[in-house]
Design a protein around this ligand. Structure first.
Ligand code: ZN
Length: 490
């Protein structure tokens, strides 16, 4: 590979050159949604961040196996070891089968991801479909002496593990920090130590999602699924594990402990985490009740929204920030994103209308600059700023201020095709279907042709009327020596 992609590894706290364990193959695991509610803006960020990584690695020629799970069991309220299962609670409240809840929200999630042009992963395993693998994992940890049984449940022995390995190496917390922040919850008396976490929970009589195991009828602890499914589909050692920063502790810390306690070594080479989306500085999340669903953004139907925002506006808004920086939601920021994206799309459409001539201008090597930005830990805001620079040249050429030749036109087009569309995954907005857009463009072109004929016949009344009426509809008409061009001011 000629490109030196660097990624920030949360585990080592620095940017590292990305070297796959078995190039050209890359194994990548990302924590997917817990499907008990509509996907919101907070779900869009990890999905889009790791979609960019998936697209870029694929673009560089790697063969990526991308696994993103569906959590449909074992994720208890408040991310704790006690309390009701999030899915089961929703099912009880709405009088549905838990798997009806799962099916319903999984489909809604897929639909929203498709609208955002997030590519589907290679494998999307469900936690409930991998109970056997999770029981196997728990057996191995028990056999190695890093877990114990207590009243039918199995807990991970954090103290014992920490005496041999380093619990907290991902999050940078030590065991004392963990103990100080552990909430006092019912059922903690089953644990030897409050820092211990559940690997298997015995189901209470009212608990409907349950499976037989050597220890009790019950269900796996939340952290088991990703370790068990990552290993099943990507092997004992794989390249990338991703997710939101809010998962670093306890979820990913526990995943590392489970992997090391079962197989004696780390499973994951690069840990990558996207930052959060905030509203007024607070994390947006379902459990906090301050979220706006993706559908509400698409329709504008929410008190905090001044207008609807298209899926591509949401995607572009997220890409305007580096994935490790925070993004604060506001209408102003989304409107700015919408405007910026429209400018890029308009410039792209303008490339075709430049008449090639002998070049009088040297263009910067935009492709090299964009690759450099992507290689620098997926720096999409820098890529976008280079595309804006390219826009200036496009608009100047369209206005006849500079001259570009055919090769330069082609390279500008391929710059946008590669970086804006293929890698960043922006696509033409569908204002009721691209066929309609195309037909509508042709009608405007036809009117301008009629106007050119009228002008040639010195029929100024007709020519002015066409121009004025198009202007009144919001079209900006520009006359030049090569004829008229137009754009729609939104
Ligand atoms: Zn996970």
């Amino acid at each position: 590979m000629e490109h030196k992609l660097t990624v920030y590894n949360t585990l080592t706290r620095r940017k590292e050159i990305f070297k796959p364990l078995a190039a050209p193959h890359v194994g990548m695991y990302v924590c997917g949604p817990t499907v008990y509610g509509d996907p919101h803006l907070g779900h869009a960020r990890p999905a889009i961040t790791f979609d960019i990584l998936f697209r870029y690695l694929t673009h560089l020629g790697y063969k990526v196996r991308y696994v993103r799970n569906i959590t449909d069991v074992g994720h208890l309220e408040h991310d704790a070891d006690e309390g009701e299962d999030k899915i089961a609670k929703k099912a009880r409240l709405e009088q549905l089968e838990p798997m009806e809840v799962v099916q319903y929200y999984t489909l809604r999630y897929h639909k929203a991801m498709e609208a955002l042009n997030v590519l589907p992963p290679s494998i999307e395993p469900h936690a409930s479909g991998h109970i056997i693998e999770q029981i196997q994992l728990v057996k191995e940890i028990l056999a190695n002496g890093f877990a114990y049984e207590s009243q039918g449940s199995i807990y991970f022995d954090v103290n014992k593990y920490n005496s041999k390995y380093n619990y907290g190496k991902l999050s940078g917390r030590n065991l004392d920090d963990v103990l100080n922040t552990t909430r006092e919850l019912d059922g903690q008396e089953e644990k030897h130590n409050p820092a211990d976490f559940a690997l298997w929970k015995k189901a209470q009589p009212e608990h409907i999602m349950r499976w037989p195991s050597p220890w009790s009828d019950g269900f796996p602890g939340w952290h088991c699924e990703c370790t068990a499914m990552g290993r099943k589909y990507l092997g004992e050692h794989f390249d990338i594990h991703g997710g939101g920063m809010d998962l670093i502790f306890p979820h990913h810390e526990c995943e590392i402990a489970q992997a090391v306690a079962s197989q004696g070594s780390d499973m994951v080479h690069y840990w990558m985490h996207n930052n959060m989306i905030t509203i007024n500085g607070q994390k947006m999340g379902k459990s906090l009740g301050n979220f706006i669903t993706l559908n509400q953004f698409f329709t504008g139907d929410h008190e905090k929204l001044e207008q609807p925002y298209s899926p591509m506006t949401i995607r572009f808004f997220i890409l305007m920030a580096h994935y490790r920086g925070t993004v604060d939601f506001s209408n102003e920021a989304l409107q700015a994103a919408e405007k910026a994206m429209t400018r890029l799309m308009d410039a792209y459409g303008t490339i075709d209308r430049i008449s090639p001539a002998t070049s009088d201008t040297e263009l910067p090597d935009f492709k090299a600059l964009c690759y450099e930005a992507m290689d620098d830990d997926l720096n999409t805001p820098i890529v976008i700023s280079h595309l804006f620079d390219a826009c200036k040249y496009i608009n100047q050429a369209a206005d006849g201020k500079i001259q570009l030749d055919q090769a330069q036109k082609d390279s500008l087009k391929s710059l946008f095709d590669t970086f804006l569309f293929e890698i960043m995954g922006i696509k033409e907005q569908q204002g009721g279907g691209s066929g309609r857009e195309e037909a509508f463009s042709k009608v405007v072109d036809m009117l301008l042709e009629q106007r050119a004929i009228a002008k040639a016949n010195k029929d100024w009344a007709t020519s002015d009327r066409i121009r004025n009426e198009l202007t009144a509809l919001g079209f900006e008409i520009k006359d030049s020596k090569d004829g008229a061009t137009w754009k729609l001011n939104r």
